[in-house]
Design a protein around this ligand. Structure first.
Ligand code: OSB
Ligand code: MG
Length: 368
């Protein structure tokens, strides 16, 4: 493999419905797509999951573009490689900026899978033919609105319902959901909205038999998460705190987490994501695949990763049509009764709809 050309595009896609977390509300999704061409003409695609503003982590669409243009693309272009695992070795001298690194690495994995004539899932070692998925629901205007949405998604067959919580939108919300949906797998995601001093409040959630509580405390704090876990029956799942297999090991050894949410971009790519998966599997920690409101390209990478055996819990990779009027892949990702069929064709397994990509592109630059 030798990447000779790269195109970066900034896309802007309107979300079907605004998505609200403890931080704020999204109405549009601005993100980067990366198209890489190998010397043999094979084209691979990667998506950056960095948002327009640095609320989820420190990266943004613009910092990703800067890292790609000034550091990562120059390191990768025209380098002879045998396997996508070499990309993270090449990028190792650059600190963090995991979402930027993952954007290129994903495209290289797509090229490698096509060149070895296998699906991205098989190239990663995944065996599942279908994956089980849940859905993540943002903060709503009222509990009634939330109940109506949950009802809709449960009827669509989603295997697990995740709801965002924040101070003032937590105990009563979860109590009502548990009353209305006694048999549904329900979990809460706080995106770091609480502090250890809130432990008494968080302990009330133990009464609702939640599958887990995701990232209740600060993104850089695995010490207080360990203290909190000792006080809670509900398993803690870390999202924002885990950037590498080393982070995963430390959090597991400290007892800060019983479940890990793996997001490809947050950990710097598929190679590191697989290492975390393997570490967790060897240590009895179930994992699931998180989401970042991806377009079809990032979504396809998530589907492939989820075919690995220790992705035991349903992830956040819902149908394309839960986010978009029109996605940029053909066919779109479809969850039927809570299952997505894993495509078996070579590469990411979905065709990129170039007309749709053009329609949503607001800026574009070519590198060679
Ligand atoms: O914390 O998992 C999160 C969306 C944006 C940023 C962070 C998160 C989320 C979600 C939605 O929960 C996941 C999705 O549906 O893609
Ligand atoms: Mg989360």
């Amino acid at each position: 493999m030798k990447i000779t050309d790269i195109t970066i595009r900034h896309l802007k896609m309107k979300l079907k419905a605004p998505f609200t977390t403890s931080f704020g509300t999204f109405t549009d999704k601005d993100f980067l797509l990366l198209e890489a061409r190998d010397e043999d003409g094979t084209i691979g695609w990667g998506e950056s999951v960095a948002f327009h503003s640095p609320w989820y982590n420190e990266e943004t669409l613009q910092t990703n573009w800067h890292m790609l243009e000034d550091f990562l693309i120059p390191l990768l272009l025209n380098k002879e490689m045998n396997h996508p695992d070499e990309v993270s070795e090449l990028f190792a001298p650059i600190r963090k900026n995991n979402m930027a690194k993952s954007t290129i690495e994903g495209a290289v994995w797509d090229i490698y899978a096509q060149q070895t004539n296998q699906s991205l899932a098989s190239a990663l070692g995944g065996k599942k033919e279908k994956i089980e998925v849940g859905i993540s629901i943002g903060i709503q205007k009222s509990i009634d609105d939330l109940v109506a949405l949950v009802d809709e998604y449960v009827n669509e067959g989603y295997k697990r319902i995740k709801v965002k919580i924040k101070p003032g939108w937590d105990v009563e919300v979860m109590r009502t959901l548990r009353e209305k949906f006694p048999d549904v797998a329900i979990m809460a995601d706080a995106n770091s909205a609480y502090r250890l001093e809130d432990a008494e409040l968080l302990k009330k959630l133990d009464g609702f038999n939640l599958t887990m509580i995701e990232q209740p405390l600060a993104s850089d704090d695995i010490i207080d998460h360990a203290k909190l876990q000792k006080m809670l029956k509900t398993p803690i799942c870390l999202d924002e705190s885990i950037h590498s297999v080393e982070d995963a090991r430390k959090a597991v050894e400290l007892g800060s987490t019983k479940i890990i949410n793996i997001k490809i971009g947050r950990v710097g790519g598929l190679t590191e994501a697989r290492k975390i998966h393997d570490y967790c599997k060897a240590n009895g920690i179930p994992v699931w695949c998180g989401g970042m409101l991806e377009s079809g390209i990032g979504r396809a990478h998530n589907v492939a990763l989820t075919t690995l055996s220790n992705f035991i819990l349903p992830g956040d990779t819902a149908s394309s049509n839960r986010y978009w009027e029109k996605d940029i892949i053909l066919p779109e990702v479809v969850a039927e009764n809570g299952y997505i069929q894993v495509p078996q064709t070579a590469g990411i397994g979905y065709e990129v709809d170039l007309d749709a990509v053009d329609e949503f592109t607001v800026a574009k630059k070519h590198y060679k």
